[in-house]
Design a protein around this ligand. Structure first.
Ligand SMILES: [Zn+2]
Length: 265
């Protein structure tokens, strides 16, 4: 195995089941390695926001070709909505899937990701929620090699299904900025987001049934993607998503103890 230079980390993947406790671990890595968090959720919200600015209210399904299982040509879409701005087109495609409760096919997710990653010069990022499938992992590996940047290591935040189910049903989220709260561990003051002041909500997909289906999805799709990258030589460290005593110091130590082992390998 190639040894890792922790003084020159360019990109890190943080992965784990939805609800495993990724965010506090990401916060540690952001600070320790001076990185930015690039999350798929934020990327979707970003492009959705760009599309929403053009005030187009017609049904988006007219742009989707059921038979071909893909969007109509960009030129056709651009003619109808009155702009050929690529970010707006990406936003429209993202919105089409979000409205249907889907993340969308790999080629769309890859396009959204690449566009935002390019803005960041392909480095100093913590990839959160990406890659989520084998195709996305392959795309990412090609991209970093093409752009001559490194994908230094992956962090898998480990947690049990039982605990995740218990935690997730109490999760609340800000509909405006996406900030996550928890009724027991991180209660929103007066039920409102501390940044935006709007009422936090329970996401419709935070029911037990939907959580279980996401856990299945992670095992079926995201784990093979991680395994693939590991086989391709990207080091993987596992950190606990649950600590007996949850303090910032304990979280930091539980992450950095594992990451520092990479140097000694
Ligand atoms: Zn908010």
């Amino acid at each position: 195995m190639t040894s890792i230079d922790l003084d020159n980390v360019q990109n890190v993947i943080v992965t784990g089941k939805s609800g495993a406790g990724k965010q506090p671990r990401i916060d540690v890595l952001v600070e320790e390695f001076d990185l930015e968090q690039l999350s798929t959720g934020d990327i979707f919200r970003h492009y959705l926001g760009i599309f929403d600015k053009i005030d187009y209210d017609e049904d988006l399904s007219q742009f989707w070709d059921e038979k071909q299982n893909r969007f109509l040509a960009d030129e056709t879409i651009a003619n109808e909505i009155g702009t050929e701005d690529n970010d707006v087109l990406l936003g429209l495609k993202a919105k089409y899937f979000v409205e249907r409760g889907l993340f969308g096919p790999d080629y769309i997710v890859n396009a959204l990701f690449e566009s935002k990653f390019a803005e960041k010069d392909y480095k100093n990022q913590i990839l959160d929620g990406y890659p989520r499938t084998l195709d996305q992992a392959k795309f990412l590996l090609n991209l970093v090699s093409e752009k001559d940047v490194s994908l230094d290591f992956m962090v898998l935040v480990d947690n049990s299904d039982e605990r995740i189910i218990k935690r997730t049903v109490q999760r609340r989220i800000c509909p405006k900025c996406g900030k996550v709260y928890h009724l027991t561990y991180k209660p929103p003051k007066n039920g409102k987001c501390e940044k935006c002041g709007v009422d936090v909500i329970q996401r419709s997909d935070d029911t037990e049934e939907k959580i279980k289906s996401r856990l299945q999805e992670f095992k079926k799709k995201a784990l093979p993607a991680i395994e693939y990258l590991k086989d391709e030589g990207i080091p993987l460290v596992k950190v606990p998503g649950h600590l007996e005593e949850f303090t910032p110091e304990n979280v930091r130590k539980s992450v950095m103890d594992e990451v520092e082992k990479l140097v000694k390998q």
